[in-house]
Design a protein. Structure first.
Lengths: 197, 197
């Protein structure tokens, strides 16, 4: 029905997370309607990012320089390392600006089901970073999922002999959260970890 | 926080319809994680489509050839022309395969509020197509909105002297629609245009 070039564009757009076939068609038409303003800049941004962006050899963050802006920033506390599953998690923590240490991106979580063990993740490089010294605390910020928690437990075990402090994010009621809408697990955790006022 | 190339890519993705800032970040990371499989093919598909796709000089459809595949297809009935606002509407009708005539894409609807009159749309070229002869019926398939209906009324007036049959899409209960969920206007129209069984 449509030419091969349009079809190929729709197929490529439909592979983006968050775009189904219908919204990919809409996006393709929108791009073709605004070529100078949208299509061309998007193509150039893709090629430029594909050329320039590299994973940081220290922490696994994505940036146009290596080591990344965070690892290279002398104002960030090198003695604290926050371990996350994905670069997206690192970005989420950075948006909050609450953490001034450094990161380590695992590239996923351990999963017996998917056959992902420690060696498929950036766990050996994390252990080497800790062994090299200079790190006082490792904050495990993997997801609150079965795989994320399995990974955190494994890391806590492996890091124990090194003597560094190992912590994890607090579990509890999210800011703005209404008790009525929270799941039982979160409520139990919030009750168990209650704090004196 | 992120390098300029990543920021530029996120900005360009966020301008797509259906992608907000959060999903644009997710999409950018997904593309950077799968460069060979996703990022490169998307950039190439964009450039190829931007080069090859042109509007059809006859009907305004987008295709990699001009006249487009529909206008060039001798099996399609050239005596029927279906008038739509956008290429997306043409694609929607083609997915149903119910129409075997040709199209005319207006490029929008008339709007007093936005200052869009007949000359900003492909209305003069539609009138020339009808004047040139060979067309027996014009089906007005503009949207069931105020602007779409204003455009349809204007076109019906302008086409009246030419003597061609002018029709519009039926209004009524959509297939699979439950009466309880339908708006009053649709129900009134369905009742008024009821048909004998």
């Amino acid at each position: 029905m449509v030419g091969p070039e349009i079809e190929r564009l729709i197929q490529a757009l439909a592979r983006l997370p968050g775009l189904g076939p219908r919204s990919a068609r809409r996006a393709a038409l929108h791009l073709l309607k605004h070529r100078e303003r949208l299509l061309q800049p998007l193509a150039e941004a893709l090629l430029a990012a594909g050329r320039a962006v590299v994973p940081c050899a220290v922490c696994g963050n994505l940036d146009s320089r290596d080591p990344c802006g965070i690892c290279a920033d002398p104002r960030r506390d090198a003695s604290m390392v926050c371990v996350v599953e994905e670069v997206a998690d690192l970005w989420a923590l950075e948006r909050g600006s609450a953490f001034r240490g450094r990161y380590h991106v695992l590239g996923g979580a351990m999963s017996a089901l998917d056959g992902i063990g420690p060696d498929q993740l950036a766990i050996p490089s994390l252990l080497r970073r800790v062994e090299a010294g200079g790190i006082g605390e490792v904050i495990l910020a993997t997801g609150a999922t079965v795989d994320g928690q399995t990974t955190a437990h494994y890391l806590a075990d492996r890091l124990a002999p090194s003597g560094v402090r190992v912590s994890s994010l607090a579990r509890g009621v999210p800011v703005g959260g209404e008790l009525d809408y929270l799941d039982d697990g979160t409520l139990s955790a919030a009750l168990r970890d209650r704090r004196p006022l």
